[in-house]
Design a protein around this ligand. Structure first.
Ligand code: NAD
Ligand code: TYD
Length: 353
């Protein structure tokens, strides 16, 4: 028995792979293109483990996929691979179209051909799980109900539009071809191994480096925050017991304004690693130009997955963010390796000198 995971050298996929390989002996084949967001250092503790096989490759490469599917005969494919950063999608959307839409299409076609050739219980039990985002639902007003699984899709950024397109393809492959799919739409993840171009790791690292903590616009945008290990547990549960063709919203029940998140991180750092001058890291907060088309609020109604599958998050934001800040303090080597080269180019492009 084995599973094929795509994008397993990224933030969420990497955490999923690490958890899977420590919880199970089942073979996991990890297909990742190793874009700027893919990082083999995240998987370093798996060296020598015989239930993890890493393959560098593209989800758009149908020949490679056919070969891997034939060789390993996985009972499931979990698709984490994507271009995932909204700001990058604004600077250059074409990679998002290529991987998130065309790549998902090619992956679906390769998986469909493989699944068609299966028979008996192998065919019946096979699953394709597609990992998506709450951003496909668009933006909420302050008093709107949180996104549920029946909220209409209204994506606003090139990133969310490309993810919405991939969700539609997955849905269509189920309805038209009968492919046994499951889709999860989750809120903003945070936790260990998060590439520091996203808000939470960026703020931790900039604070420690004495750099400005950039807040877009007024900082009153709201996100729901989900600890990555809780998300990985939700995916395992959906894979195990999710109903075919269904989507499950996964959230942390932690709505926070960006400013509250950043102030919370500063307070934790003030406690765990005080500034040499005794002042608060919050003094480094700097308001910068807002993101174009910036969605104001995301919130997730995660009652379906709790009701049907018994999953709910174990971490509150307070417990999860403390673990996260401590992890970054304890893993400076991982951070140093990742914040060289292309990362510097990105921060220069996005935030200027
Ligand atoms: P990430 O950017 O950290 O990692 C993406 C991984 O996919 C990288 O390892 C990269 O090398 C790989 N990849 C990119 N293009 C590829 C391709 N063409 N073929 C093979 N591999 C490729 O992203 P993440 O934060 O881990 O997100 C994982 C999934 O979860 C994505 O689908 C994303 O849309 C979704 N998601 C993320 C969040 C979040 O807060 N991070 C929230 C909701 C949904
Ligand atoms: P991000 O981590 O990029 O996730 P997403 O855009 O997918 O929600 O950003 C989280 C929020 O933080 C979002 O409202 C944008 C904001 N933000 C800043 O204010 N400053 C920053 O430097 C970054 C990267 C994000």
């Amino acid at each position: 028995m084995s599973i094929l995971v795509t994008g397993g050298a990224g933030f969420i996929g990497g955490n999923f792979v690490l958890d899977w390989c420590s919880l199970s002996d089942e073979l996991l084949i990890n297909l990742d293109k190793l874009t700027y967001a893919g990082n083999l250092d995240t998987l370093a503790t798996l060296k020598g483990r015989d239930n993890h096989v890493f393959v560098q490759g593209d989800i758009g490469d149908k020949t490679l996929l056919a070969k891997l599917l034939k060789e390993y005969k996985p009972r499931a494919v979990i698709n984490f691979a994507a271009e995932s950063h909204v700001d990058r999608s604004i600077h250059g959307p074409s990679d998002f179209i290529e991987t998130n839409i065309v790549g998902t299409f090619n992956l679906l076609e390769a998986v469909r051909a493989y699944w068609n050739d299966l028979s008996g219980s192998d065919k019946q039990e096979f699953r394709f799980l597609h990992v998506s985002t709450d951003e496909v639902y668009g933006t909420l007003g302050e008093t709107d109900e949180p996104f549920s699984e029946v909220t209409p899709y209204e994506p606003n950024s090139p990133y969310s539009a490309s993810k919405a397109a991939s969700d539609h393809l997955v849905r269509a492959w189920h309805h038209t071809y009968g492919l046994p799919v499951l889709t999860t739409n989750c809120s903003n993840n945070y936790g260990p191994y998060h590439f520091p171009e996203k808000l939470i790791p960026l703020v931790i690292l900039n604070a420690l480096a004495g750099k400005p903590l950039p807040i877009y616009g007024d900082g009153q945008q709201i996100r729901d925050w989900l600890f990555v290990k809780d998300h990985c547990a939700a995916i395992r549960r959906v894979l195990e017991a999710g109903r075919l063709g269904e989507t499950y919203n996964v959230g942390g029940w932690n709505e926070k304004t960006n400013l509250d998140v950043v102030n919370g991180i500063c307070a934790l750092l003030d406690e765990l690693k005080p500034r040499a001058d005794g002042r608060s890291y919050a003094e480094q907060i700097t308001y910068v130009t807002d993101r174009p088309g910036h969605d104001r609020r995301y919130a997730i109604d995660a009652r379906k997955i709790e009701r049907e599958l018994g999953w709910k998050p174990l971490e509150t934001f307070e417990t999860g963010i403390r673990k996260t800040v401590q992890w970054y303090l304890d893993n400076q080597e991982w951070v140093q390796n990742i914040t060289s080269g292309s990362y510097r180019e990105w921060t220069a492009k996005q935030y200027g000198a």
